[in-house]
Every structure is written in C-alpha cells, then in structure tokens.
Design a protein around this ligand. Structure first.
Ligand code: COA
Length: 383
C-alpha cells in the first residue's frame, strides 16, 4: 500500500465561540487545498469524520456541507465511528483510492462542542458506549476510563505520579504547539491536586471539550509523485473492533483492538514496533495513553507508566509520543482528532513541526480509538 498525503489543513483547537461548525470545516478544507496546490475541482471524493453535529448543533448531512463548502458536486459522505470517526474517514479515503474509484480524495474531521453545556456533551459522547449496559446505568466516559485506570493500578502498581507524568508531558508539547487548546505547562502536583472528575482521574487527566477541524488531501502514488515531491506515504492502515461495553471485555488493562490493528498495519507496512520513530496516540484520558503505547508494542505490558515517569516520550527523547500535545493539551474535537493525528505525523515527517520537531522522523504511527476501545484504527506513515 502506498498512498500519498499531498496537503494538510488544520484550524486552531479550543473554545472558538466566533466560529460555527461550517466555518471550522470550511477553514480546514480550504487550507488543505491551498497546501496541496490543487483546485477544489481536482477533488473526486470527500469523506468527513464527525460524531456529534446532530446532537450538539442540530446539523446532519455533513457530507453535503463539505462539498457545498468547495462548490463542487462530487460524492461526499459523513463518517461516524465515535472518537475514531476521523481515522475511519481517512480509511474510507484510502480505500476509495485503492479501489481505483478516485485518484484525489479530501478527508476531513470536524466537531463543534463548546456551544452547549458539559452535561449535554457528556450525554452525547456516551452514545459511543453501550447504551443499555453503560449509558442507561449512568456511566460516563471519565467513569469508564477511571475503571480501567483503577484496574491497571491494581494489576501493575501504577502510581499517581507515573500517571500524572503523561499529562505533564502532553502539556509541555502543547506549550510548543500554536494551535493547541492549552499552551500552558503543568506539574505532577498540578495533576494530582486538580479537581477530581472520576477517581482516580482528575481534571488534568482528562482531555477537554473542544471545537476544531482538520483536513488532508490523499492521492494515488503516481499523482502524489507528480504533485508533491515532499508527499508523505501511508504504508499501512488497519481497523479492528471489540465489544461496545467495557464489562464484556476479556481485560480492563488492555485495548485488544489496538494490538490487532497494530499487528496487521505494521505487517502491511513491513515494519515492527522498534522501527517506529514517533506516534500520535489516543490519550482521551491519561491512562489511555499508557494502554495505547503497550498496545502498539512500544512498551511491555505494565511498563508504560515507568517509561512515562522516566520521560521516554518527550519530543527529544527515546520514543516521542503525542508531540502535538495529544488530546489532553491540544484538545479533542471528537471527529477531527483522527485527522489531526495524521496532520501532526505528516508535519513531523516533513520536518515542519517547529519547536517540537523530532530529530529522526521517518516512520510515524497514529492510533485513534472510538469509545473505550470498541473501534481502533492504526495507520503507518513513512517518508
Ligand atoms: N483539562 C484542563 N483544563 C480543563 C479541562 C481539561 N480537560 N476541562 C476544562 N478545563 C478548564 C477550563 O478551561 C476552565 O478553566 P478556566 O476556569 O481557567 O476558564 C476550567 O477548567 C473549568 O472548565 P469547565 O468547562 O467548567 O469544566 P467542566 O467541569 O465543565 O468539564 C471535564 C471538565 C473534565 C468534565 C470535561 O472537560 C470533560 O468531560 N472531558 C472529557 C471529554 C470526553 O469524555 N471526551 C471523550 C473521551 S472518550
């Protein structure tokens, strides 16, 4: 598999009260087109990841909105796979090119979340869980990930300090990213002492509620080579699923779908975990980053907490993780996150990541999770 990313576009992430869902989507779309030096009429298909526009903005039919924004009439589809909507949209784009149905595809992700109350957002997000077994019983995503954190602490002796180190590193990277929602550094004590959300997860263990959009342009190998000598290649892309409800899983201390998707994406790309120079992983809560690192094979089971505390994952350390600031500090506009991860890895591989540039960046990986691990997409990018 060799499909090129020939352009990227991203908006500021945060509480963007002066920008509507449509404004955000259009801004990212136009930026990726400008970056690719193509014209909107070159785009043959559009896929847009979005989870909550109906619940939070009263808007469905995002596919048609995306093509209208470009004043073109091509097939344009909204993809919903909870927090993995962006990466699943990306996979639809890859498959459209692989099947020969299109040579140039635009993939977007967008979410507008801050115009309503936290309660409304929490309820909407819970649609990604199992309504009968979890949502109806009062579970929320912070509560479900808190169960995973507790189980992990019990099984592997993870300490409060080790868990806090994840968020400290994310905020450090966020402080170097001009589009991040939070650009302020924090300390381990700040994490432990911030408001309790769902024990043991505090406010600073949680990703925030965010507005934002991201976009990339994919092209077939021959077209990408012609259009952009700096194109970054997607060499592997796989998706796996697991039960909707956490209670039906074999283990609370691993996200099995990450391992399944990673094994086959790495095989497809002809790499192993030791070849990975950097990764953008789905740290919707600090514990999720540790589970992602282990699922990708970048740490042995039970060891990711020690690595976090030892500082292995800073942009200038052993295995840089979430150099954009991750979901925690860059923000988590649900449908945009999977596409944003791709934008960050592409920038890193093109040596365009500014202050947070990773020195050796030739192979980068993204891991995007829906729910508590019911959908996972792993992509492998190469220079
Ligand atoms: N990290 C850091 N700071 C945060 C934050 C976060 N996750 N969430 C809010 N804040 C800050 C706000 O900027 C605000 O700061 P200010 O007083 O300086 O302006 C303050 O904390 C209070 O913000 P508020 O919006 O009132 O917080 P809240 O209590 O309504 O929401 C959470 C906090 C953690 C409940 C909310 O961010 C949340 O639900 N996060 C998880 C989202 C989620 O589940 N995503 C899907 C994952 S699968």
């Amino acid at each position: 598999m060799k499909i090129g990313v020939i352009g990227t576009g991203i908006t500021k992430f945060g509480e963007l009260w002066d920008k509507s869902l449509r404004d955000l989507l259009a801004e990212a779309q136009l930026k990726s087109i400008e970056d690719s030096k193509i014209s909107p009429k070159d785009i043959e298909m559009i896929f847009t990841g979005n989870m909550c526009a109906d619940a939070l903005s009263g808007q469905l039919h995002i596919g048609a909105m995306a093509s209208e924004n470009l004043r073109i009439n091509v097939p344009s589809t909204r993809i919903e796979s909870a927090c993995a909507s962006g990466a699943v949209a990306l996979r639809q784009g890859l498959q459209a090119i692989e099947s020969g149905a299109a040579k140039i595809v635009q993939v977007n992700g967008v979410e507008k979340m801050t115009d309503v109350s936290t309660e409304q957002v929490t309820t909407a997000l819970m649609g990604a869980g199992d309504e009968e077994v979890e949502g109806f019983q009062g579970a929320t995503f912070p509560a479900l990930y808190a169960l995973m954190a507790r189980a992990y602490m019990h099984e592997f002796g993870l300490t409060r300090e080790q868990l806090s180190a994840v968020s400290v590193k994310s905020h450090k990277h966020g402080s170097m990213n001009p589009i991040a929602q939070f650009q302020k550094e924090i300390t381990v004590d700040d994490v432990a002492n911030s408001a309790m959300v769902s024990d043991p997860l505090t406010l600073l263990d949680c990703s925030p509620i965010t507005d934002g959009a991201a976009s990339i342009i994919l092209a077939s190998e021959s077209v990408a080579k012609k259009l952009n000598p700096e194109a970054v290649w997607i060499a592997g892309s796989q998706q796996a699923t697991d039960t909707l409800a956490l209670s039906a899983r074999d283990s609370l201390t691993e996200i099995k779908a990450t391992r399944i998707a990673a094994d086959s994406a790495f095989k497809q790309a002809g790499i192993s975990a030791k070849d990975v120079h950097l990764a953008e992983v789905h740290d919707c809560f600090s514990i999720a980053e540790l589970l992602a690192i282990e699922g990708l094979g970048l740490a042995k089971k039970g060891e990711a907490g020690k690595h976090a505390a030892a500082g292995y994952h800073y942009f200038d350390s052993k295995i840089p993780i979430n150099t954009c600031g991750g979901l925690k500090s860059c923000g988590h506009p649900i449908g945009a996150t999977g596409v944003k991860q791709a934008v960050e890895v592409v920038h890193q591989l093109q040596q365009k990541a500014g202050k947070r540039q990773v020195k050796k960046a030739e192979v980068g990986v993204t891991q995007n999770v829906g729910g508590t691990g019911a959908t996972v997409v792993v992509n492998v990018f190469k220079r």
